[in-house]
Design a protein around this ligand. Sequence first.
Ligand SMILES: *Cc1c(COP(=O)(O)O)cnc(C)c1O
Length: 426
Amino acid sequence: MSFRPAADFAAELDRSDPLASYRRQFHIPRYRDGEEIYLCGNSLGLQPKTTERYVREELEDWARLAVKGHFAGRRPWMPYHELFSERTARLVGAGPQEVVNMNSLTVNLHLMLVSFYRPTATRHRILIEGSAFPSDRYAANSQIRFHGFDPDTSLLELAPSAGHGGLDMDEVEAVIRSEGERLALVLLPGVQYYSGQAFDMERLTHAAHAVGAVAGFDLAHATGNLPLQLHDWDVDFAVWCNYKYMNAGPGAVAGCFVHARHAHTFALPRFAGWWGHDKATRFRMQPEFAPMPGAEGWQVSNPPILALAPLLASLEIFDAAGMARLREKSLRLTGYLEFLLDERLAEAVEIITSRNPAERGCQLSLRITGTRSRAREIFTRLEQTGVTADWREPDVLRVAPVPLYNTYTDVFQFVEKLAQVLSTAC
Ligand SMILES: *Cc1c(COP(=O)(O)O)cnc(C)c1O
């Protein structure tokens, strides 16, 4: 597709965008007498306008029905989390039994590691990236110590590939192969939070399985951003948060995937609680724990209904829009951002995210070249013009045009404003 760097061209793309109406389903933060250019959905997604009603209805049912709300509410709380199964499954390419929404991301990661990291004297290594999100590293290290091993020898870190902003999948695969029987688990992102690189999850899963290791993914930046096929890719487990691209609110209840292959492996150790118990007999309150088959069997506590309600509003929107259509727009929207940056700011801005659209989601990470000492100041001035993006030390600006609510005009104006700030910041 050929682009033009002009406001009327961006407006034309917006007019012919089949998903344009979805923007009106979200609250867009205000800036002066207009709207902000919000490009930070990779950090906290915007609030759907239906969220308030979903939360209010649960508050009303609680006021009106109290304990009877578990069975008699508009959406009875007892099976409430089951309302999410089909929709979540469609979102990540799974069967309904393979997914559950519970806890938060890092807690789910720990629960998964309890079951899927089973180190032995010879096979005890966890492979992560050197620039892994800190929480993932802390979780992996603490699990290694919990089993009496030492992160110095059991945590294996991938160094960024030479002359390449991200990781080269050939190299990652080669490391997995050479680790072979020492490797217990591969824990990698679907989309890297800093560089925006999308990993080839199917290929890495097969590489891990070929050496007898488990493949787990952190999809914090992938869910709601890329179409996923977790079941067909044969991924063992995955975890994600629902407050970034999923728009379910700050600290939202998180998601978890366990492949159907493990649905009935009750011999796997797990940290159990009553909500993971077989629902047919849960209320017999027996001393023996009998887990439910599938991902639901990893639930510990009964779900926080008020915290889950926003996720229902969010999933309905994703279901209506569909990940395939969202991805189609996303490729064009981020492609337009890339085009404008190259056209207007090639000298001043280096795009560190892959130039191959198949290797990224909607986010582009930008390094403002030659301005390291002033990079933070540039970001602050950009914010003063009504742009919300995300700043990461020392000099990276992360920009995420989200296909559900961002426009081509947002992208155009962002580049205009960045150009303005850069031309006056010296
Ligand atoms: C956002 C993010 C998290 C957040 O973890 P929480 O448990 O939700 O606080 C973890 N890992 C990655 C890769 C993230 O991007």
